[in-house]
Design a protein around this ligand. Sequence first.
Ligand SMILES: C[S@@+](CC[C@H](N)C(=O)[O-])C[C@H]1O[C@@H](n2cnc3c(N)ncnc32)[C@H](O)[C@@H]1O
Length: 256
Amino acid sequence: MLFNDGGAYETSMGTWSRLVGDVFIDWLQVARDLKWLDVGCGNGAFSGLISNSCFPKQVVAIDPSSEQIDFARTRSDATDVNFRVGNAMSIEEDDNTFDLAVMALVIFFVPDPPKGVSEMVRVVKKGGLVTSYTWDTLNKGSPSSLITGHLIDMGFKPDSLPNPQVSEMAALNKLWTEAGIIDLKSDVITVERRFRDVDEYWDISCLFPNIQKIVPNLTPDHVIDLKTRIEEDLTVGDDGMLYQTAKANAIMGTVT
Ligand SMILES: C[S@@+](CC[C@H](N)C(=O)[O-])C[C@H]1O[C@@H](n2cnc3c(N)ncnc32)[C@H](O)[C@@H]1O
């Protein structure tokens, strides 16, 4: 098991993504000067990590959302990344182009995960890597699982992911094996984050897209009830802060 305790105290929503991304990059241990494809780059947080930690030769990063790509292009930590609108289901790149393709917290959003993996295999050179990490949502590993669990108990119906089943380790190994990828390595990444109090926890966590949609339907009493439930579940540290852990499953393998 790989572990990151969060280091410095931070507040932004992308912190979860960066905590897990840092551990994942250490785990990958890849060479310098590689051509990377970041599939489902979103706002470019993970692309920035590649750019700053992996000494890449080139990074192409794609996402179907033009708004996210527009934002990513403004990042000061990813100025050398080539951000483009694109879809995992049909990657607009030639065969055998990249040394490595990665999906960071993405595969459970892809409508047809085997197709998405086969597209990464197609654009990666023989001997290159196809890799992914994803919150273990089915086993309550996602940072949003705590709130969504309580919302469901309170009678709300938060949106679920299109393909949550592919977040489990066994499903990832099956997907990679069936795509003909060899020399598989997988691991669980555990990250821990701390919050000043339950109000800060709520302010950050209600920004998850599936929770954000429900917030307008919550009365002040609902929010008080929710915060009470959440506070009971979070661990209080010796420093008096509230701690939450999340778990992601990571996999990598070689294209033949
Ligand atoms: C949780 S975000 C992850 C963003 C980024 N990779 C990170 O780690 O911070 C999931 C991203 O998957 C993208 N996504 C959803 N469906 C996709 C698809 N079919 N192909 C590529 N990306 C997709 C979304 O637009 C969103 O930006």
